[in-house]
Design a protein around this ligand. Sequence first.
Ligand code: DGY
Length: 305
Amino acid sequence: MSRVLVTRRLPGPALDRLRAHHDVDVWDGELPPDPDTLQRLVGPAEGLLCLITERVDADLLAAAPALRVIANYAVGADNIDLDAAAARGIPVGVTPGVLTDATADLAFALLLAAARRLVPGSDDVRAGRWRTWEPEGWLGRDVHGATLVVVGAGRIGDAVARRARGFDMDVIAVGRDGDLHAALRRADFVSLHVPLTAATRHLIDAAALAQLRPTAILVNTARGGVVDQDALAAALHDGRLAGAALDVTDPEPLPAAHPLLRAPNLLVVPHIGSATHATREQMTAMAVDNLLAGLAGRPLPHPAG
Ligand code: DGY
């Protein structure tokens, strides 16, 4: 029996499988443990099941001398210093595949909502500002026949492209070696699906945003750090971009006074790409599978990288 730290309550029954074999300590807070508390809690742990809200860096690993496996409750692992874990010989697992469709659905929901101005329309109705059917009211952008640039040619990008084709969109997929700026110049919509790495941090910077037409809409369900948020806020404020729909920001949440939150034509939701009951339960199951394998000294079924 090994000591396992789980950094939040998780949906679904899978943690019971972990409890059947190991001594499991689940952090019960509504908010993540702060870094000092996390360092203290992880001290005796041999297994760590953590979330994207936890920074797992060399300092945290140094506080966990017995740690033998890390299972991240996410497909991304940018919250974990993978080199530091590898240097300690600690395998890191993630939850790929199960959240592809949920995240693609959300990306498409954001695209449609931003294109057709669903949130301002709903807000106006609820606030009593809707007085009559208006020929010039709440005009949005056509989705059918428009060009969607999908940045990132992985599983989620492919799933978004499939949805877009079903909506009669033209899709341009830009992979690692593609000409991003040339594609952006042709975009009506852009959807981001790259992991956050040193190479993709601020991939969508002022120069990239300047390629877009003022009628274009940017959707980000990847990581907030992929977009230079100051440049995005400026483009929205100046009307150089028709809108942005974000599931992710940097940091999360953004401080209430952040200039991006005051930008016009911004739709922002609280990082809910994978937030369906079924998906989150499957993520719990995969994270538990990773932990059980790592603690038994077996290769992880879903390794990071
Ligand atoms: C991930 O899995 O990386 C998501 O962003 C969280 O569900």
